[in-house]
Design a protein around this ligand. Structure first.
Ligand code: SF4
Length: 347
């Protein structure tokens, strides 16, 4: 339900927002290029991942796969290793499928409909790439934009409902600056990411506060309205770190695994009941979608290599896809060893 308010002054909002963006935008590498390949990679990485986390991956990924051809020809293990830690690995696999389609097409798709046919490219990404790389008038509606618009309107219905998404989409399209759609879309997303943030928006610094109905009505902290979220499931796990002569024992998920296919994992305690636990290293929390795991990490020993497991050299772990849980466990172990060395005065 859109709360009754005066029709917003769209030209004034556009003008103020663009002026603010030009002055305050963060200097991000994908904003310094017009190359659709680089813009597309950034949009895929930024799905479900924060900017700060994406930055180092983006630089490394492009150094390794500088163009569509390189990505299309990449070895799967190299691709997954470059993505390891970013999560949602279907994104990496879809990127490669899409790169192969583009190589077959002979050129990068240049309009919203053809972009939307690439694997892993939904309406949001197609609109973002079409507007930013090709200057086409397609409005984006991601989480940041939906939040800003729901406050601007104000929109009092559940932001997840179809009716509300439809109304917000109509507002996004009406508001879009047809002459500078890419810059305008980025300005709206930037406002949501840095000023109109989920908790306690910074209204005093907001360039469109004069037009914002939520602020006028004191609703900025209540909006957007969200339906109940599913509560997180909690589970316990115990991971074993078994080392021998500079190598660590791992198992690899099968290619048909629904999650993290072909990624390397540390053994769970239940997989190796005969292993002898020698030391407790610590516990960390690891969340996957709606499940939070409390992962206990233990050092252990084992007589001989069990079937289905492999020794991987510690020095090679950067070059193969290792699951985030396993990386966290190994980091915890390194931190524990460093603390022990400091306490005992051993360099
Ligand atoms: Fe968001 Fe406040 Fe700006 Fe409204 S005035 S758009 S609530 S930051």
């Amino acid at each position: 339900m859109v709360h009754q308010a005066n029709a917003p002054d769209l030209p004034a909002i556009r003008r103020r927002l663009l002026a603010w963006y030009r002055k305050h935008k963060r200097d991000l590498p994908w904003r310094r290029t017009e190359d659709p390949y680089r813009i597309w990679i950034s949009e895929i990485m930024l799905q479900q991942t924060r900017v700060a986390a994406v930055l180092p991956y983006y630089a490394r990924f492009l150094a390794r796969f500088p163009d569509v051809q390189a990505l299309a020809e990449a070895e799967e293990q190299d691709l997954l290793a470059a993505w390891a830690g970013l999560g949602y690995y279907s994104r990496a696999r879809n990127l490669q499928k899409a790169a192969r389609n583009i190589v077959e097409l002979g050129e990068f798709p240049r309009d919203h409909a053809s972009l939307g046919e690439l694997p892993g490219v939904g309406d949001y990404t197609a609109a973002a790439v079409a507007s930013i790389a090709f200057g086409l008038p397609h409005a984006v509606l991601d989480g940041n934009v939906a939040r800003v618009l729901s406050r601007l309107a104000p929109e009092l219905g559940d932001i997840k409902s179809d009716a509300v998404r439809k109304r917000l989409r109509a507002l996004a399209e009406a508001l879009l600056d047809g002459k500078r759609p890419g810059e305008f879309n980025q300005a709206l997303m930037e406002l949501g990411a840095t000023v109109c943030v989920p908790m306690r928006p910074l209204c005093e610094s907001c360039p469109i506060r004069q037009s914002c109905e939520a602020r006028k009505q004191g609703l900025e902290n209540q909006l957007p309205v969200r339906g109940a979220r599913p509560s997180a499931d909690r589970r316990a796990r115990k991971l074993l770190v078994i080392e021998q002569a500079g190598k660590v024992l791992f198992w690899q998920r099968p290619a048909e695994s629904s999650r993290l296919a072909k990624f390397w994992e540390l053994p769970d305690r239940e997989q190796l009941p005969d292993a002898k636990v020698t030391d407790y290293a610590g516990t960390f929390r690891h969340t996957i979608v709606n499940t939070t795991y409390f992962v206990e990490v233990c050092r252990a020993t084992i007589g001989s290599r069990p079937n289905g497991f492999q020794w991987l050299a510690k020095s090679s772990l950067e070059d193969v896809p290792v699951s985030t849980a396993a990386k966290k466990a190994l980091a915890l172990l390194r931190a524990q060893s460093a603390a022990v060395s400091r306490r005992s005065g051993v360099p």
